[in-house]
Design a protein around this ligand. Structure first.
Ligand code: PLP
Length: 446
């Protein structure tokens, strides 16, 4: 068999067998990974045997995140068109750094960014950058923020670094995602010198508790609390931030996708007034890893921060990919997103997002009917369920993970142990939800 046919056959077998196996791999399969741990041989192994080993030892030790019943973290599967486009693009192996190396990636990236701006409510002129994930998308948006604010204070941060620079305040909600904090650390803005604004019962930043700012600051909003799914009230918060001419950055890894659904878009009201946005395509757009996305309102701020030439940007000029992102050489991530969007259409995207949210509501209703506590307002795709004691909740989560029908992770919500259900896969059907609810009820500890 040819190598490409061998891979295709293995991938098909993997998908077909997914339903019969547990979502988490068996402990035998994980123990079997020891087979990989041998010395690198002096003589190379034939490619067919390399792939054979990868499939034989590797496939059983995967977690079925590319399936319908993985509800851990916020994890999307891979839409068929996105996965197939990814394979063809891998055959092309294009370097997206410069259009000269790949006119096709540059063109598709431009089209995909335009569609995504429209869907996510981001202003027309904003410039976008495909990165590895929301962590790097936050880094990218915050790098532009740092450049803009320090340039305004007469400081060349790209040239001189932060030694001796005028300080800039950074405002975050108390429920800020650790990825944003990490990005602040990487940019020298400090993980710990942030001003934390108190949050409400759903984890949203409280506009009434927003601090009085005397100078421009970087204000970081979150569209999509990782536990509850709630979006910060952008309209009120951005109005407060703009009183001090602050830069508003949005971490919208999954929640900003509410904008793509007419019935949910009210939650994303006002986010279009921000200055930079970070999101993921590998979460709710269901494209392969890794795929994050950053947008910055004014191209000059992004270019100023991340261009390696720092040349003046003529109005209307296209900026090469490597001058609007942290990376130089990179794969053509936009192709996966373009294929996902084209195969869904706007209606399909809305249906996928609304469908995940409807499944989340159904989980919440069925689990409360079974006597479990639902700790959040289920406004998006996230559900927090708990039992009467933390010990019982932990035992419940562990039992569900071992039982194998589905997989959910744990969290601590306002001091209480909870199970987090995130519905983010296009594959999840009503039947998958019923099967998962039945398993959750079977696994309730005595
Ligand atoms: C998932 C997530 C991130 C981190 O995204 P990665 O793609 O893992 O880098 C950041 N912020 C929020 C709100 C998230 O949900």
């Amino acid at each position: 068999m040819r190598l490409d046919e061998q891979v295709l056959a293995a991938a098909r077998r993997y998908a077909e067998q997914m339903d019969a196996r547990g979502v988490a791999p068996s402990s035998e399969a994980v123990a079997g990974l020891a087979a990989f741990r041998h010395q690198l041989p002096a003589r190379g192994v034939a490619p067919v045997d390399v792939i054979d080993m990868l499939d034989r030892v590797g496939s059983p030790a995967t977690v079925s995140t590319n399936g319908p019943r993985f509800f851990g973290f916020v994890t999307g599967a891979t839409l068929p068109a996105a996965g197939a486009a990814h394979q063809l693009a891998t055959a092309w192996d294009q370097n997206t750094a410069l259009a000269a190396m790949s006119p096709v990636s540059a063109a598709i990236e431009d089209v995909a960014l335009g569609w995504l701006r429209g869907l996510l409510g981001i202003p027309d002129g904003a410039v976008g950058s495909f990165v590895t994930g929301a962590t790097m998308a936050n880094f990218t948006g915050l790098a532009a923020a740092r450049h803009a604010l320090l340039t305004g204070l007469g400081w060349d941060v790209e040239g001189q670094g932060l030694f001796g620079a005028p300080p800039i305040a950074v405002v975050v909600g108390d429920e800020v995602h650790i990825a944003l904090i990490k990005a602040l650390g990487m940019l020298g803005l400090g993980r710990e010198r942030v001003i934390r604004v108190p949050t409400d019962a759903q984890g949203r930043m409280r506009a009434d508790a927003f601090p009085a700012l005397s100078a421009p600051a970087i204000v970081c909003l979150q569209a999509g609390n990782v536990n509850t799914g709630a979006l910060d009230p952008a309209r009120e918060l951005i109005a407060r931030a703009k009183d001090s001419s602050s830069w508003v950055h949005v971490d919208g890894a999954f929640g900003i996708w509410a904008q793509a659904s007419p019935s949910l878009a009210w939650m994303a009201d006002g986010y279009d007034a921000a200055d930079s946005w970070a999101t993921d395509c590998h979460k709710w757009l269901n494209v392969p890893y890794d795929s994050g996305l950053a947008f910055v309102r004014d191209a000059r701020d992004l270019n100023g921060a991340l261009s390696t030439t720092a040349s003046y940007l003529p109005e209307g000029a296209t900026i090469e990919a490597m001058h609007r992102g942290p990376e130089a050489s990179r794969r053509a991530r936009a192709i996966d997103a373009w294929a996902a969007l084209l195969s869904l259409g706007t209606d399909g995207l809305t249906e996928m997002i609304d469908g995940c949210c409807a499944h989340a509501r159904h989980f919440a209703e069925a689990l409360s009917a079974a006597g479990c506590a639902v700790l959040n307002d289920v406004v998006l795709n996230q559900v927090l369920a708990a039992l009467d004691t933390d010990e019982r909740t932990s035992a419940w989560i562990a039992a569900i993970q071992v039982e194998g029908t589905c997989w959910c992770g744990g969290t601590v919500w306002h001091g209480r142990r909870a199970m987090r259900i995130s519905v983010s896969s296009y594959m999840t059907t009503a039947e998958d939800v019923e099967r998962s609810i039945a398993a959750m009820i079977r696994c309730l500890p005595a």
